[in-house]
Design a protein around this ligand. Sequence first.
Ligand SMILES: Nc1nc2c(ncn2[C@@H]2O[C@H](COP(=O)(O)OP(=O)(O)O)[C@@H](O)[C@H]2O)c(=O)[nH]1
Ligand SMILES: [Mg+2]
Length: 241
Amino acid sequence: MQDTVVIIPTYNEIENIEAIIRAVFSQSDNIHILIVDDNSPDLTALKVKALQEEFLNRLFLKIRKEKAGLGTAYIHGFNWSLNKSYQYIFEMDADFSHNPKDLIKLYKACKDDGADLAIGSRYINNKVNVVNWDMKRLLMSYLASKYVRVITGMRIHDTTAGFVCYKRTVLETIDLSKIKFIGYAFQIEMKFKAYLKTFKITEVPVIFTDRTRGESKLSSGIISEAVFGVISMKLKSLFKK
Ligand SMILES: Nc1nc2c(ncn2[C@@H]2O[C@H](COP(=O)(O)OP(=O)(O)O)[C@@H](O)[C@H]2O)c(=O)[nH]1
Ligand SMILES: [Mg+2]
């Protein structure tokens, strides 16, 4: 797997960071990782620095001054990746909710099967492939995906998915400086922008497992950003036509 970078944003992931880095590298010798850490108080970045000696020129680290949200962490990572020669650029969580073994499936969907953007999808084929979420969280996520599908018109089942492989051209084409959202809505916005540019979007079934270590950073602010953000995003796109 050449020309590939996996961007992993981290905030207080000391319990997961080493294992996730090793698990990703064990998938292929040619994969690179960029960790974007927001100065985690649990010193996640220090662990990454120590591992950089072992994974020389494969493991990269950007430390930002303070917690500034997943969306801006990814935008930073995308710009960093576009400055290098990577052709396949991944989004992935640090907490093992996304199985590193699925990286290859998503990569192949882009490299061999013509997708511009491959989504690791929990809600495809009328299934709900989520392990260990309580009913409330599951329903919220599932209904959110349906809601976004109806409002935006995108024919994607898992619109809030955060396990994604982008072909370079997608990130080159989207104006990253105009991406507004920072939480779940960021994931929706990126897919919507790719959809408006008529890129080919493919959903690849994956099983999402809730984290067993560390804590979720989900907040109610992130949820309301998504609920209202989706409507305003759609309206703006209609006026721009
Ligand atoms: N750099 C950075 N990473 C974040 C931030 N918020 C969440 N993350 C990371 O984003 C990923 C997903 O967050 P998580 O808390 O697991 O969200 P959940 O899966 O929706 O509960 C994890 O790798 C987090 O460490 C943030 O503000 N900054
Ligand atoms: Mg998580």
